[in-house]
Design a protein around this ligand. Structure first.
Ligand SMILES: [Zn+2]
Length: 282
């Protein structure tokens, strides 16, 4: 899990571009006119969103609660497959080193195939295509999140544009080897003194998206490739060198995929695990 930089483009101009791109149909010839009529409201709302975004207090945003007809018009602006939204996705997921992140950073497990509306579109239809309100996500995370985004005014999910992830370890794993299989139990712990408020938000994010269970379920995506990567070297390299190489690679991956990247945390634990080492030399 890593932070992603938010889009730098003018949010209001993007909204207007999406409105402009809507096709006028015979069934609803006035759609564009009705949407343009909301422009003054949208401008004020977008300014307020930007202010709360800059102060990282989006949970204070109050919904305009547009009437149903306006709400439906606004919701019609969003389509994940549309060209403008796909361009936005490419922009946001391209790193400054020109890598394209195609894995959902809310979980680091599944591919991006949707945008999470940070303030849910059902409640905040005004921000349905606000680039700052759109975070690239997998459909699994998106469906776990649903419409619930705060608990009595406190946010319950990390906003990876804004909540800077600490360079301190908070994700750990216990490994149990039984009947030739590795049982994994991931857990969170604040033993390195992360700001308690941030740690509590991390806990909530991991819990609500079921990340610890999802990591455990995906464990073999890491275990088998690690075994297969090491086995060809067992004859030429001594165990210490193999360990050092594995540790170095895992730590390099943490720089790219996040300090608490679950695959690296698991690799680092496996390589120090006696049962795992015995398994390699079996
Ligand atoms: Zn996800």
């Amino acid at each position: 899990m890593r932070n992603i930089e938010n889009s730098e483009r003018d949010s209001l101009a993007f909204h207007k571009d999406v409105v402009k791109s809507k096709n006028v149909t015979k069934l609803d010839p006035d759609l564009k006119t009705r949407l343009i009529a909301l422009d003054d409201d949208i401008k004020l709302l977008y300014n307020n969103y930007r202010k709360n975004f800059d102060d990282n207090c989006l949970e204070k945003t109050v919904s305009k609660s547009f009437a149903d007809n306006n709400k439906n018009d606004l919701l019609s602006l969003y389509s994940y497959k549309s060209k403008l939204i796909q361009n936005l996705k490419t922009e946001i997921t391209t790193t400054d080193t020109n890598r394209i992140i195609n894995t959902c950073q809310n979980c680091t497990l599944s591919e991006i195939n949707s945008f999470d509306h940070i303030l849910p579109k059902e409640e905040f239809s005004e921000f349905v295509v606000n680039p700052l309100n759109l975070f690239p996500s997998c459909s699994i995370c998106n469906s776990y999140k649903g419409k619930f985004w705060n608990d009595k005014g406190r946010k319950i999910y990390l906003n990876l544009y804004l909540d800077r992830l600490p360079e301190l370890q908070y994700l750990f794993v216990d490994i149990e080897f039984e009947k030739s299989t590795f049982g994994l139990k991931f857990y969170l712990d604040n033993r390195f003194g992360i700001n308690p408020e941030l740690f509590s938000l991390i806990e909530s994010h991991y819990k609500k998206l079921h990340l610890l269970e999802r990591f455990s379920d995906n464990g073999d995506k890491v275990i088998s490739p690690l075994i297969n990567q090491i086995i060809p070297h067992l004859k030429q390299l001594d165990l210490n060198t193999i360990k050092e190489n594995t540790i170095e690679t895992s730590n390099l991956n943490r720089k790219v995929f996040g300090f608490n990247y679950w695959e690296s945390i698991l690799q680092l634990n496996l390589i120090e695990n006696e049962d795992f080492i015995n398994y390699l030399y079996k």
